[in-house]
Write a protein that binds this ligand. Structure first.
Ligand code: SAH
Length: 348
Protein backbone atom coordinates (compact mmCIF):
# COMPACT_ATOMS: atom_id res chain seq x y z
CA UNK A 1 0.00 0.00 0.00
CA UNK A 2 1.28 3.51 -0.85
CA UNK A 3 0.43 6.36 1.56
CA UNK A 4 0.77 10.04 0.64
CA UNK A 5 0.62 13.19 2.76
CA UNK A 6 -1.40 12.89 5.97
CA UNK A 7 -1.49 9.14 5.43
CA UNK A 8 -3.85 9.48 2.48
CA UNK A 9 -3.98 6.20 0.59
CA UNK A 10 -2.60 6.66 -2.95
CA UNK A 11 -3.02 3.08 -4.08
CA UNK A 12 -1.04 -0.15 -4.21
CA UNK A 13 2.34 -0.63 -5.85
CA UNK A 14 5.04 -3.19 -6.49
CA UNK A 15 8.10 -2.34 -4.43
CA UNK A 16 11.69 -2.90 -5.52
CA UNK A 17 14.53 -2.82 -2.98
CA UNK A 18 17.17 -2.30 -5.70
CA UNK A 19 15.83 -0.40 -8.71
CA UNK A 20 15.75 3.39 -9.12
CA UNK A 21 12.06 2.75 -9.81
CA UNK A 22 11.18 1.93 -6.19
CA UNK A 23 7.42 1.79 -6.76
CA UNK A 24 5.31 0.68 -9.72
CA UNK A 25 1.66 1.55 -9.23
CA UNK A 26 -0.76 -1.34 -9.63
CA UNK A 27 -3.94 0.38 -8.42
CA UNK A 28 -4.94 3.96 -7.71
CA UNK A 29 -6.86 5.43 -4.77
CA UNK A 30 -9.13 3.24 -2.66
CA UNK A 31 -9.44 0.63 -5.37
CA UNK A 32 -8.19 -2.54 -3.69
CA UNK A 33 -7.68 -5.07 -6.44
CA UNK A 34 -7.32 -8.15 -4.23
CA UNK A 35 -6.39 -11.70 -5.13
CA UNK A 36 -7.69 -12.07 -8.67
CA UNK A 37 -5.99 -8.89 -9.94
CA UNK A 38 -3.24 -10.46 -12.05
CA UNK A 39 -5.45 -13.06 -13.66
CA UNK A 40 -8.10 -10.47 -14.41
CA UNK A 41 -5.64 -8.03 -15.99
CA UNK A 42 -4.13 -10.82 -18.09
CA UNK A 43 -7.59 -11.76 -19.32
CA UNK A 44 -8.32 -8.10 -20.18
CA UNK A 45 -5.04 -7.82 -22.12
CA UNK A 46 -5.80 -11.00 -24.07
CA UNK A 47 -9.36 -9.84 -24.85
CA UNK A 48 -8.04 -6.47 -26.09
CA UNK A 49 -5.69 -8.22 -28.58
CA UNK A 50 -8.50 -10.54 -29.70
CA UNK A 51 -10.51 -7.42 -30.55
CA UNK A 52 -7.72 -6.02 -32.74
CA UNK A 53 -8.20 -8.83 -35.30
CA UNK A 54 -4.47 -9.16 -35.80
CA UNK A 55 -3.64 -10.98 -39.04
CA UNK A 56 -0.66 -12.81 -37.52
CA UNK A 57 0.04 -15.70 -35.16
CA UNK A 58 2.80 -13.77 -33.37
CA UNK A 59 2.02 -10.62 -31.41
CA UNK A 60 2.41 -8.99 -27.99
CA UNK A 61 -0.17 -10.08 -25.43
CA UNK A 62 1.01 -7.95 -22.49
CA UNK A 63 2.95 -4.68 -22.81
CA UNK A 64 3.81 -3.80 -19.21
CA UNK A 65 2.39 -0.59 -17.76
CA UNK A 66 0.21 -0.04 -20.84
CA UNK A 67 -1.78 -3.12 -19.77
CA UNK A 68 -1.63 -2.10 -16.11
CA UNK A 69 0.78 -4.97 -15.58
CA UNK A 70 3.97 -3.05 -14.79
CA UNK A 71 7.27 -4.63 -15.84
CA UNK A 72 5.56 -7.67 -17.36
CA UNK A 73 5.97 -8.57 -21.05
CA UNK A 74 4.26 -11.51 -22.73
CA UNK A 75 4.55 -12.33 -26.44
CA UNK A 76 2.63 -15.01 -28.25
CA UNK A 77 4.25 -17.13 -30.97
CA UNK A 78 1.44 -19.42 -32.15
CA UNK A 79 0.96 -22.10 -29.49
CA UNK A 80 3.88 -20.81 -27.43
CA UNK A 81 4.29 -17.88 -25.04
CA UNK A 82 7.39 -15.95 -24.02
CA UNK A 83 7.23 -14.16 -20.67
CA UNK A 84 9.58 -11.54 -19.20
CA UNK A 85 9.26 -10.59 -15.53
CA UNK A 86 11.37 -7.44 -15.29
CA UNK A 87 10.96 -6.37 -11.65
CA UNK A 88 11.15 -8.06 -8.27
CA UNK A 89 7.40 -7.74 -7.75
CA UNK A 90 6.29 -9.54 -10.92
CA UNK A 91 9.18 -12.00 -10.82
CA UNK A 92 7.88 -13.24 -7.47
CA UNK A 93 4.52 -13.94 -9.15
CA UNK A 94 5.91 -16.16 -11.92
CA UNK A 95 4.03 -19.28 -10.74
CA UNK A 96 0.72 -17.45 -10.38
CA UNK A 97 1.16 -15.79 -13.79
CA UNK A 98 2.08 -19.09 -15.47
CA UNK A 99 -1.01 -20.80 -14.06
CA UNK A 100 -3.27 -17.97 -15.19
CA UNK A 101 -1.76 -18.01 -18.70
CA UNK A 102 -2.30 -21.76 -18.99
CA UNK A 103 -5.96 -21.30 -17.99
CA UNK A 104 -6.60 -18.36 -20.31
CA UNK A 105 -4.57 -19.26 -23.44
CA UNK A 106 -3.86 -23.03 -23.14
CA UNK A 107 -0.34 -22.73 -24.60
CA UNK A 108 1.82 -25.77 -25.42
CA UNK A 109 4.76 -24.15 -23.68
CA UNK A 110 5.85 -21.00 -21.85
CA UNK A 111 9.44 -19.75 -22.01
CA UNK A 112 10.71 -17.28 -19.39
CA UNK A 113 13.07 -15.19 -21.50
CA UNK A 114 14.49 -13.43 -18.48
CA UNK A 115 17.84 -12.45 -19.96
CA UNK A 116 17.37 -8.67 -20.46
CA UNK A 117 20.04 -6.57 -18.76
CA UNK A 118 17.43 -4.48 -16.88
CA UNK A 119 16.89 -7.45 -14.57
CA UNK A 120 20.36 -6.73 -13.20
CA UNK A 121 19.13 -3.31 -11.99
CA UNK A 122 16.52 -5.16 -9.95
CA UNK A 123 19.09 -7.54 -8.45
CA UNK A 124 17.51 -10.38 -10.45
CA UNK A 125 19.57 -12.96 -12.32
CA UNK A 126 19.52 -13.28 -16.12
CA UNK A 127 18.10 -16.68 -17.07
CA UNK A 128 16.22 -18.42 -19.87
CA UNK A 129 14.00 -21.28 -18.62
CA UNK A 130 11.00 -23.24 -19.77
CA UNK A 131 8.37 -22.67 -17.06
CA UNK A 132 5.58 -24.75 -18.63
CA UNK A 133 5.30 -27.49 -21.25
CA UNK A 134 7.86 -27.63 -24.04
CA UNK A 135 9.50 -25.06 -26.32
CA UNK A 136 10.85 -26.29 -29.68
CA UNK A 137 14.19 -24.94 -30.96
CA UNK A 138 12.38 -23.22 -33.83
CA UNK A 139 8.77 -22.04 -33.85
CA UNK A 140 7.13 -21.22 -37.15
CA UNK A 141 4.80 -18.21 -37.15
CA UNK A 142 2.92 -16.15 -39.71
CA UNK A 143 2.51 -12.42 -40.25
CA UNK A 144 -0.03 -11.76 -42.98
CA UNK A 145 0.98 -14.14 -45.77
CA UNK A 146 4.62 -14.39 -44.71
CA UNK A 147 5.94 -17.28 -42.61
CA UNK A 148 8.95 -16.98 -40.32
CA UNK A 149 11.10 -19.35 -38.32
CA UNK A 150 11.66 -17.84 -34.89
CA UNK A 151 14.23 -18.87 -32.29
CA UNK A 152 12.54 -17.95 -29.01
CA UNK A 153 15.52 -18.89 -26.81
CA UNK A 154 18.25 -16.99 -28.66
CA UNK A 155 16.62 -14.51 -31.07
CA UNK A 156 16.74 -10.76 -30.43
CA UNK A 157 13.99 -9.42 -28.13
CA UNK A 158 11.70 -12.46 -27.64
CA UNK A 159 12.51 -13.86 -31.10
CA UNK A 160 11.10 -11.38 -33.64
CA UNK A 161 10.48 -7.62 -33.92
CA UNK A 162 6.74 -7.83 -33.42
CA UNK A 163 6.40 -4.07 -32.85
CA UNK A 164 6.99 -3.39 -36.59
CA UNK A 165 4.22 -5.67 -37.90
CA UNK A 166 1.75 -2.90 -38.77
CA UNK A 167 4.51 -0.74 -40.25
CA UNK A 168 5.41 -3.57 -42.62
CA UNK A 169 1.79 -3.60 -43.80
CA UNK A 170 1.85 0.20 -44.21
CA UNK A 171 5.15 0.01 -46.14
CA UNK A 172 3.64 -2.57 -48.50
CA UNK A 173 1.22 0.10 -49.76
CA UNK A 174 4.14 2.02 -51.31
CA UNK A 175 6.87 -0.55 -52.03
CA UNK A 176 7.90 -1.09 -55.65
CA UNK A 177 10.91 -1.37 -57.93
CA UNK A 178 14.28 -2.13 -56.35
CA UNK A 179 14.04 -2.34 -52.55
CA UNK A 180 16.91 -1.85 -50.12
CA UNK A 181 16.11 -3.22 -46.62
CA UNK A 182 18.73 -1.93 -44.16
CA UNK A 183 19.17 -3.52 -40.71
CA UNK A 184 16.94 -6.35 -41.85
CA UNK A 185 17.51 -8.91 -39.00
CA UNK A 186 15.64 -11.99 -40.24
CA UNK A 187 14.27 -10.12 -43.25
CA UNK A 188 10.78 -9.27 -42.07
CA UNK A 189 10.49 -6.03 -44.10
CA UNK A 190 12.29 -7.57 -47.08
CA UNK A 191 10.01 -10.61 -47.21
CA UNK A 192 6.78 -8.67 -46.58
CA UNK A 193 7.58 -6.27 -49.41
CA UNK A 194 9.25 -8.68 -51.86
CA UNK A 195 6.11 -9.45 -53.82
CA UNK A 196 5.59 -5.77 -54.65
CA UNK A 197 9.20 -5.26 -55.75
CA UNK A 198 11.31 -6.37 -58.70
CA UNK A 199 14.40 -7.04 -56.61
CA UNK A 200 15.29 -6.85 -52.90
CA UNK A 201 18.68 -6.30 -51.27
CA UNK A 202 18.67 -6.98 -47.49
CA UNK A 203 21.62 -5.93 -45.32
CA UNK A 204 22.44 -6.84 -41.72
CA UNK A 205 25.74 -6.87 -39.82
CA UNK A 206 24.94 -10.25 -38.24
CA UNK A 207 25.93 -13.31 -40.29
CA UNK A 208 23.32 -15.39 -38.38
CA UNK A 209 20.60 -12.92 -39.32
CA UNK A 210 21.62 -13.12 -42.98
CA UNK A 211 21.42 -16.94 -42.88
CA UNK A 212 17.90 -16.67 -41.45
CA UNK A 213 16.83 -14.22 -44.16
CA UNK A 214 17.84 -16.77 -46.80
CA UNK A 215 16.07 -19.59 -44.92
CA UNK A 216 12.90 -17.51 -44.51
CA UNK A 217 13.00 -16.58 -48.21
CA UNK A 218 13.14 -20.29 -49.13
CA UNK A 219 10.33 -21.05 -46.67
CA UNK A 220 8.13 -18.52 -48.48
CA UNK A 221 9.20 -19.44 -52.00
CA UNK A 222 10.59 -15.90 -52.46
CA UNK A 223 13.34 -15.79 -55.08
CA UNK A 224 14.07 -12.06 -55.58
CA UNK A 225 15.80 -11.39 -52.24
CA UNK A 226 19.59 -11.18 -51.87
CA UNK A 227 20.86 -10.98 -48.28
CA UNK A 228 24.25 -9.47 -47.46
CA UNK A 229 26.27 -9.51 -44.22
CA UNK A 230 27.64 -5.95 -44.08
CA UNK A 231 27.73 -2.65 -42.22
CA UNK A 232 24.88 -0.43 -43.44
CA UNK A 233 26.91 2.78 -42.93
CA UNK A 234 29.59 1.47 -45.33
CA UNK A 235 27.15 -0.02 -47.83
CA UNK A 236 25.16 3.21 -48.18
CA UNK A 237 28.43 5.01 -49.00
CA UNK A 238 29.34 2.38 -51.59
CA UNK A 239 25.94 2.64 -53.29
CA UNK A 240 26.27 6.41 -53.38
CA UNK A 241 29.71 6.18 -55.04
CA UNK A 242 28.88 3.33 -57.42
CA UNK A 243 25.67 5.03 -58.59
CA UNK A 244 23.41 2.13 -57.56
CA UNK A 245 19.89 3.47 -56.94
CA UNK A 246 16.65 2.17 -55.33
CA UNK A 247 12.96 3.02 -55.55
CA UNK A 248 12.13 1.89 -52.01
CA UNK A 249 14.40 1.98 -48.94
CA UNK A 250 13.75 0.78 -45.38
CA UNK A 251 15.94 1.98 -42.50
CA UNK A 252 15.21 0.13 -39.24
CA UNK A 253 18.38 0.51 -37.14
CA UNK A 254 18.88 -0.66 -33.55
CA UNK A 255 18.38 1.99 -30.82
CA UNK A 256 21.32 4.35 -31.38
CA UNK A 257 20.54 6.27 -28.13
CA UNK A 258 20.43 3.73 -25.32
CA UNK A 259 20.64 6.58 -22.77
CA UNK A 260 20.44 10.39 -22.62
CA UNK A 261 24.24 10.83 -22.89
CA UNK A 262 24.20 9.03 -26.24
CA UNK A 263 21.59 11.30 -27.86
CA UNK A 264 23.97 13.61 -29.76
CA UNK A 265 25.87 10.72 -31.33
CA UNK A 266 22.61 8.98 -32.09
CA UNK A 267 21.24 12.03 -33.92
CA UNK A 268 24.43 12.17 -35.99
CA UNK A 269 23.98 8.47 -36.83
CA UNK A 270 20.33 8.89 -37.85
CA UNK A 271 21.24 11.92 -39.95
CA UNK A 272 24.04 10.05 -41.72
CA UNK A 273 21.96 7.04 -42.79
CA UNK A 274 18.91 9.12 -43.76
CA UNK A 275 20.98 11.59 -45.78
CA UNK A 276 22.68 8.79 -47.71
CA UNK A 277 19.43 6.89 -48.17
CA UNK A 278 17.79 10.00 -49.64
CA UNK A 279 20.75 10.42 -52.01
CA UNK A 280 20.46 6.90 -53.41
CA UNK A 281 16.65 7.01 -53.60
CA UNK A 282 15.23 7.52 -57.09
CA UNK A 283 12.96 10.55 -57.61
CA UNK A 284 9.41 9.44 -56.74
CA UNK A 285 10.87 6.81 -54.40
CA UNK A 286 9.76 6.05 -50.85
CA UNK A 287 11.85 5.93 -47.66
CA UNK A 288 10.47 4.06 -44.65
CA UNK A 289 12.64 5.31 -41.79
CA UNK A 290 12.49 4.24 -38.15
CA UNK A 291 13.95 5.02 -34.74
CA UNK A 292 13.31 2.85 -31.70
CA UNK A 293 15.32 5.05 -29.28
CA UNK A 294 12.89 6.39 -26.67
CA UNK A 295 15.47 9.08 -25.85
CA UNK A 296 14.98 10.49 -29.36
CA UNK A 297 11.38 11.67 -29.47
CA UNK A 298 9.27 12.27 -32.58
CA UNK A 299 10.02 16.02 -32.94
CA UNK A 300 13.78 15.31 -32.66
CA UNK A 301 13.55 12.53 -35.21
CA UNK A 302 11.53 14.67 -37.65
CA UNK A 303 14.12 17.44 -37.29
CA UNK A 304 16.91 14.99 -38.16
CA UNK A 305 14.96 13.89 -41.23
CA UNK A 306 14.41 17.53 -42.24
CA UNK A 307 18.15 18.25 -41.85
CA UNK A 308 19.01 15.15 -43.90
CA UNK A 309 16.58 16.18 -46.66
CA UNK A 310 18.03 19.71 -46.74
CA UNK A 311 21.60 18.38 -47.00
CA UNK A 312 20.55 15.93 -49.71
CA UNK A 313 18.87 18.86 -51.52
CA UNK A 314 15.78 16.69 -51.78
CA UNK A 315 12.17 17.84 -51.81
CA UNK A 316 10.56 15.39 -49.40
CA UNK A 317 6.96 14.95 -48.26
CA UNK A 318 5.63 13.00 -45.28
CA UNK A 319 3.19 10.27 -46.27
CA UNK A 320 2.70 8.73 -42.83
CA UNK A 321 3.88 9.19 -39.25
CA UNK A 322 3.51 5.91 -37.46
CA UNK A 323 4.47 4.21 -34.21
CA UNK A 324 4.76 0.73 -32.70
CA UNK A 325 1.84 -1.61 -33.40
CA UNK A 326 -1.42 -1.40 -31.45
CA UNK A 327 -0.50 -4.51 -29.48
CA UNK A 328 2.30 -2.36 -27.93
CA UNK A 329 0.17 0.59 -26.71
CA UNK A 330 1.62 3.93 -25.65
CA UNK A 331 0.80 5.39 -22.22
CA UNK A 332 -0.67 8.83 -22.79
CA UNK A 333 1.01 10.28 -19.70
CA UNK A 334 4.43 8.66 -20.25
CA UNK A 335 5.81 10.02 -23.55
CA UNK A 336 8.84 7.70 -23.43
CA UNK A 337 6.54 4.72 -24.02
CA UNK A 338 6.13 6.04 -27.61
CA UNK A 339 9.53 4.53 -28.39
CA UNK A 340 9.17 3.39 -32.02
CA UNK A 341 8.83 6.09 -34.66
CA UNK A 342 8.26 5.06 -38.27
CA UNK A 343 8.03 7.83 -40.84
CA UNK A 344 7.18 7.14 -44.47
CA UNK A 345 8.62 9.77 -46.81
CA UNK A 346 8.42 10.41 -50.54
CA UNK A 347 11.24 12.05 -52.46
CA UNK A 348 10.04 14.22 -55.35
N1 SAH B 1 14.11 -4.67 -39.44
C1 SAH B 1 14.13 -5.78 -38.51
C2 SAH B 1 14.65 -5.40 -37.13
C3 SAH B 1 15.98 -4.71 -37.11
S1 SAH B 1 16.79 -4.78 -35.57
C4 SAH B 1 12.73 -6.38 -38.43
O1 SAH B 1 11.77 -5.75 -38.88
O2 SAH B 1 12.60 -7.48 -37.90
C5 SAH B 1 18.32 -4.08 -35.93
C6 SAH B 1 19.27 -4.95 -36.71
O3 SAH B 1 20.37 -4.13 -37.09
C7 SAH B 1 19.87 -6.13 -35.96
O4 SAH B 1 19.55 -7.32 -36.67
C8 SAH B 1 21.39 -5.89 -36.01
O5 SAH B 1 22.13 -7.08 -36.27
C9 SAH B 1 21.55 -4.93 -37.15
N2 SAH B 1 22.67 -3.99 -37.10
C10 SAH B 1 23.14 -3.27 -36.06
N3 SAH B 1 24.12 -2.43 -36.46
C11 SAH B 1 24.28 -2.61 -37.80
C12 SAH B 1 25.12 -2.02 -38.81
N4 SAH B 1 25.97 -1.06 -38.52
N5 SAH B 1 24.99 -2.46 -40.07
C13 SAH B 1 24.10 -3.44 -40.38
N6 SAH B 1 23.28 -4.02 -39.49
C14 SAH B 1 23.37 -3.62 -38.21
Amino acid sequence: MVLGERDRRLGEALYSSRSQIALRMVSIGDDSPGEGLWRQRLATAVAFRDGLHIDATAYRVVHGEADRLPSLVIDRYGDYLVIQTLSQGVDRRMTELTQALVEILSPKGILARNDPKVRGLEGLEQTVTVVYGEIPDIVQVREGEVHYRADLRHGQKTGLFLDQRENRVAASHYARGRLLDCFSYNGAFALSLAKYCSEVVAIDASADAVTRITQNATLNGVTNVTARDANVFDELRHFEKSGERFQTIVLDPPAFAKNKAAVDNALAGYKDINLRALRILEPGGVLVTCSCSYNVDEPMFLQVLADAAADARAHVTVLEKRMQGRDHPVLLTVPETYYLKCVILRKH
